[in-house]
Design a protein around this ligand. Sequence first.
Ligand code: ADP
Length: 494
Amino acid sequence: MFMNGLNRYLNPIERLGQGENSYLFPLIANTALCVFSEFYAYNIAHNPLIIGVYIIFFNVAFIIYFAFRDGIIGGLISACFSIFYYFYIIYSRHYTGQQFTSAVDTIIELGFVYFLLAIIIGWLKETIDRLIGREINERIWLQTILEQLAVGVIITDNNGKIVQTNKHLESILGMKLSAGYVIGSDEPIMQTVENNISATPASSPLAQALKSNKPIAGREFDFQRKDGKHVTVQVNASVIRNKKKKVIAAASIITDITEQKELERQKDDFLSMASHELKTPITSLKMFIDLQRQQLKEKNSRKAHYFNERIQDQANRLKELTNDLLDVSSIQTNKLRFNKEEFDMDGIIHDTVEGLQGTTKKHEIVVKNTRSEKVYGDRYRIYQVLVNLISNAIKYSPSGKKIYVKSKKDNQYAVVSVQDFGIGISKEQQSKIFDRLYQVTDSHAKTFPGLGLGLYISKEIIERHNGKIWVKSTKGKGSTFYFSLPLYMSKSKT
Ligand code: ADP
């Protein structure tokens, strides 16, 4: 450690490009040289004239050293000290006459050479400093860009040996790829799959780009990271050539497309689910219309009436599904509009419960502790939220039991809750059920029909009223959904 520091301080080559020129060290060193020469001449050699030739040798060495260590100024300090010392020698040794003139002539000639030496070597050193500094800046600049890219980057030499990677690559892979690893021939660092087939080192896009000298684009790989996360990446690779078109390196760009793939999968699932959901009422409609027609033919009006009611049910279901789809598209295109007015929360709760109680014989929907609070909003949309929450409470408590609907005043808000004692929702799923297209996917809950849109639409409606929607639930015991709306007094007419 100490030796390293000393080497960095004394060795001019170690200091190149650092821009750390010091002037104190040349000053001290040159003073020490003069003092030591004087001491040597008078106290060791006992001959004041002895130092003439030696000192020239040392001065030249100092000028070269300090010009190379500290630039032009470092060299000039040494040159000035030398000249100054020579004049001191003339003075202190009492040179006179011819000896004096020729000594002054020599000092002038030497001074000229010394200054030239200091300037040339110092200038060389400063030029090297600048060149190195420029290269370092360019490297830092490139490195900074590389680090800030939102894609993973691997740069290899022309044999596939990794020279450089960036941070984003590390976060995609969940591990660091060490420099020196040879892509295409070293043991694979993790098991990757391409189109459901295990990928081999030789099939890696970078190895293939190097082999064929052509760019390889859009290959997709799946793998499992050490932390267990499944990741899908898209990889593009290409060789890099110098001015003479010779391949000198290869680069690979790795993009994390896991979320994009998940979205595509969700959309596919949604399409098949939506088709299924729409097909069910249409098939039933067709069946009931046929049966009704038959009963009308046989003049059995009681049965015909029953089938007519079923037709209405299924037509309503179809209307609900298409309304949900239209609402989602309005939310996505920012076209969901509200007709806000002052209305009574209590009234709307009673109306909704009355309407929905007729749809279930297994459940008793109980309105409890409601207060006549005035809120400001779109009456129809809030009704829609209530219908969604109570319908869900009915749907997700298949063995019946009570459903409580309550409302209370909390500061400047009316808070409405819908409580059921049904299947409940696990902690992990609770944060996701308000997402678009999200449905709990355990084998039990999967048996319930639906598109996973109701809560997403409800959340959008409530938030656009400056309210909040949330859930408290215990798996297997039931759920309570809450939403809050600003009271009329603290309305915000947005
Ligand atoms: P859908 O009911 O059409 O699937 P929602 O957006 O209304 O869509 O609900 C999203 C998911 O949240 C449902 O699939 C269900 O798993 C869960 N969920 C909603 N309400 C309840 C509830 N009261 N009890 C248990 N799970 C519920």
